[in-house]
Write a protein that binds this ligand. Sequence first.
Ligand code: APR
Length: 181
Amino acid sequence: MAMEFKFEERTIALVKGDITKQEVDIIVNAANPSLRGGGGVDGAIHRAGGEVILQECIQKYPHGCKTGEARITTAGKMAAKWVIHTPGPVWKGGHVGEVSLLESSYRNSISLANEYKADSIAFPSISTGVYGFPIHLAAKIAIKTVLSMFSRTTLSRVHFVLFSEKDFQIYFKELKNFIIN
Ligand code: APR
């Protein structure tokens, strides 16, 4: 299921499904600081893209990637051109900088996409799975951070890809609130 909205002459799509199937230039991975793969989105992306993604992570980023930062690799066998890997914060109650680290993950991913002159990008709901970040707050942060900066980039299309109906409805509500207010 997908719904599209226009915002500042650009397209925002809310998609319920598997991020590895998105036909966009860049797929964003909810990674961990080791950049050596894992479960959830991380596992799905490495499985769909193939060994070449892990090999490039090891070769280009031997020390991994700090939480909130972003690194780019090939997308391997997936339709996308690149994968941007960004470790989001682990939720620890909200008093140790988790909000600004999640904002950084989105902001640094958009900046890197702009550096690569990408036209389209797909985000998962970063940190809201294993890392336990509350989905309503994460959705607000994702939408506010991405929509307040992407019109100043080469991007004309952004997908937020949700894995469940519940998450889709939460993002839908937050997106409507952002666009209307
Ligand atoms: N496509 C889109 N969304 C997905 C997919 C998929 N194929 N698989 C899972 N999701 C959703 C989850 O349902 C959740 O809503 O992505 C969101 C993020 O969940 P996680 O993948 O657990 O990511 P995160 O919470 O950021 O935790 C990252 O988990 O997989 C490990 O190596 C990863 O250590 C890192 C940690």
